[in-house]
Design a protein around this ligand. Structure first.
Ligand code: IVH
Length: 667
């Protein structure tokens, strides 16, 4: 097989396995086999750029080249759908269609996927362009990003038209959405409110490698072009599935209003079991000929309509607003409510997000408020039933000005919606939160310690900050709230073991604002130790890939605070890792410190390069030629006679292999 044939073969196979996995949900090979094939193809393509192909499966890996999106005009405008909210409105739509067509018709019932819409163009079976809806007339060319979405075929198979567009919805499945938000929470990045925002945010990312990592999915629901397989919309999509597209399994044709109502009723509850978010049902006249006859209004087709599911919401009384202080000092207002049933759980509290939202709602204590649990994880207040207000209007909710925990005056940073308590080092929930973060699994991973124990130690005055952990003795904590000898020793052992946690995780554990795991890793790679990081200015920091102004400012101001510097010093003295461990740095010694060594000859136990490494690892210096400054010569067999003579003349010691290995204690 020639290289070209090998590349072609791998591409065909990878496209096929991709389709099996992401569209049919029926993989034939293991993930490992798939990854290996992909890597093989990547290597071949790298070595043979002459065989580059825009639609190679390797394009799905994405790249981190920054791009501004090109605006592209839609060939056919991307319209929206008229919304309905009741069976009556659906019946009215059905009646309008019946009157206008005056012949038999079928309605295709579909789920209304709640993501971000996309229009894909295929030319001769290849994906050539992917454009967002934009303003309906023109959108952003996001082709490179879309290519990373595995359920979107780059190459089609079967009998497809030479040129067509297919439209659909790009979605972030619930599981990916929840995992993404968990990660963002750890990194203290703002959370996405729902999968729709996460999907559209991701699709507009400037970095397609980010898109590739975010596990987006796509359902296609509308085919446009000449030479489509048949007059039926439903039928066309079934054929499009065989070309490689992911088409919903839940489309259904209805030939009367009753069947439509049954479909709506079924999916109103069943949609909760779907892997992606839906917010309604779309009803489309199935015949394309009839669609054409019905035509469009300025904004939307006359042949289709959306029925929106009622967002689950409940009405309940607002009793009071309390405020939580997070470990970063961010203040979150929380509505305390009369308990109310909402999609299977009892809701007692709901987020009010920030001061602006409270102001916008014009909240008063005692108000009857609407609580919703749309796509969001935490229920939120979406409105006030102002009609229900009595003459005796309760007190207006005003955002607090001082920290409810420590009384400090709150501050608001530029460009941020949240208020913060600035008392980082003495505000109890901030201190406890910082300690909890410090001991957490991904940070110092201290076994045996949890939030309750931290709380207890804090209450008892045993710890005021994380450095106090390293002063604890088993005797101090034994007996506290029935803590046995074993648990106490276990905790102390866990604390002791954390001294081996590498620099990057120690940096993450410090809890510097905006320094999550990824940033901490980047910092540890760029600065060999804490002293260098401490003295870095904003400019130096922003020169590091992916570290922006905001993160840099935060790091600089962290080290500008003498209390933080003192804390770091205490931790350094306790023996934590505040310098980067070079690869293979394990086993480093200073046995050859200050010695300049020349290697000559051939060796039995190690190669010359390995000896060079051993010299460095043990603190010695490799030098090329003999001089009076040479400490000794590491000599193997067949040392050159000229070198030997020079060594003898200068009186430089000759060390053989065995002796050298003894010197470095490796014999
Ligand atoms: S058909 C001209 N079908 O809902 C009609 N749209 O407000 C083209 N959507 O922008 C759209 N699921 O993003 C259609 N099964 C479905 C859909 C769907 C979700 C979205 C789409 C569109 C919006 C309409």
């Amino acid at each position: 097989m020639t290289i070209k044939e090998k590349i072609d073969h791998l591409r065909i196979e990878l496209h096929r396995h991709n389709y099996n996995y992401y569209v049919l949900n029926a993989p034939e090979i293991s993930d490992k086999e798939f990854d290996d094939m992909m890597r093989e193809l990547q290597d071949l393509e790298k070595a043979h750029p002459e065989y580059q192909d825009e639609n190679s499966p390797t394009m799905r890996v994405g790249s981190d080249l920054n791009k501004d999106f090109r605006q592209v005009a839609h060939k056919y405008p991307m319209l929206s759908l008229g919304n309905t909210y009741s069976e009556t409105e659906v019946a009215e739509f059905y009646e309008r269609v019946r009157k206008a067509l005056n012949e038999d018709f079928e309605i295709c019932c579909e789920l209304k996927y709640d993501g971000t819409s996309i229009s894909l163009t295929y030319e001769n079976g290849k994906l050539v362009q992917a454009v967002t809806r934009g303003d309906g007339e023109k959108g952003d060319d996001v082709t490179d990003n879309v290519k990373t979405i595995r359920s979107i075929p780059l190459i089609l198979h079967g009998d497809y038209p030479p040129l067509f567009e297919i439209r659909g919805e790009i979605l972030m499945p619930w599981t990916s959405f929840e995992a993404l938000n968990r990660e963002r929470e750890l990194r203290e990045e703002p959370l996405f409110a729902n999968p729709r925002n996460a999907a559209s945010g991701t699709l507009k990312s400037q970095n397609s490698a980010v898109v590739a990592n975010r596990k987006l999915d796509a359902y296609l629901y509308y085919l446009l072009g000449d030479n489509l397989p048949s007059d039926g919309h439903y039928e066309n999509l079934q054929v499009a599935r065989t070309w490689g597209f992911k088409i919903s399994e839940h489309m259904k044709k209805a030939s009367c209003l009753q069947e439509i109502f049954e479909y709506i009723k079924y999916w109103d509850t069943e949609r909760k079991n779907l892997p992606v978010a839906t917010d309604g049902i779309v009803l489309k006249v199935n015949s394309i000929r009839q669609q054409r006859n019905l035509g469009y209004t300025a904004k939307s087709p006359r042949w289709a309509i959306a029925y929106k599911f009622q967002a689950e919401r409940a009405l309940t009384r607002l009793n009071k607003v309390t405020y939580q202080v997070g470990r970063t000092g961010a203040i979150t207002p929380v509505a305390n409510l009369d308990p109310v049933q909402l999609s299977g759980t009892i809701v007692r509290r709901a987020s009010l997000h920030n001061a602006d939202i409270i102001e916008g709602l014009d909240l008063h204590i005692g108000d009857m408020v609407y609580v919703e649990k749309g796509g969001e994880i935490i229920p939120k207040i979406t409105g006030v039933d102002k009609e229900a207000r009595s003459a005796s209007l309760g007190e207006k909710v005003r955002f607090i000005t001082h920290c409810p925990e420590c009384g400090s005056q709150l501050v608001r940073y530029e460009g941020e919606a949240a208020y913060y308590c600035p008392n980082e080092t003495a505000c109890p929930p901030q201190i406890k939160g910082k300690i909890e973060h410090f001991i957490s699994r991904r940070a110092m991973n201290i076994d045996g310690l949890g939030p309750e124990t931290v709380d207890l130690f804090y209450q008892m005055g045993l710890i005021k900050d994380v450095s106090d952990l390293y002063l604890l003795r088993a005797e101090n904590i034994m007996g506290l709230q029935r803590m046995g000898k074993k648990s106490a020793e276990n905790i102390i052992r866990g604390i002791e073991a954390s001294k081996e946690v590498p620099f990057e995780r120690v940096l993450f554990a410090l809890g510097i604002r905006f320094v999550g795991e990824t940033v901490a890793k980047k910092l540890a790679r760029s600065f060999s130790d804490i002293a260098h990081l401490r003295s870095a200015d904003v400019n130096t920091l922003t020169n590091i890939d992916e570290i922006g102004e905001k993160i840099a400012q935060s790091i600089v101001s962290y080290f500008a605070n003498p209390q933080n510097c003192a804390l770091v010093e205490r931790l350094e003295n306790a023996g934590l890792q505040f310098r980067r461990l070079e690869e293979g740095q394990q086993g480093r010694t200073e046995r050859l410190a200050g010695q300049s060594i020349v290697i000559s000859g051939v060796f039995a136990h190690h190669s010359r390069d390995e000896y060079k490494e051993l010299i460095e690892k043990n603190g010695g210096k490799n030098v090329g030629s003999i001089s009076s400054k040479t400490s000794f010569i590491l000599a193997g067999e067949n040392m050159g006679p000229a070198k030997l003579e020079k060594a003898q003349k200068l009186g430089i010691r000759i060390v053989d292999e065995e002796e050298f290995l003894q010197m470095i204690d490796e014999s």
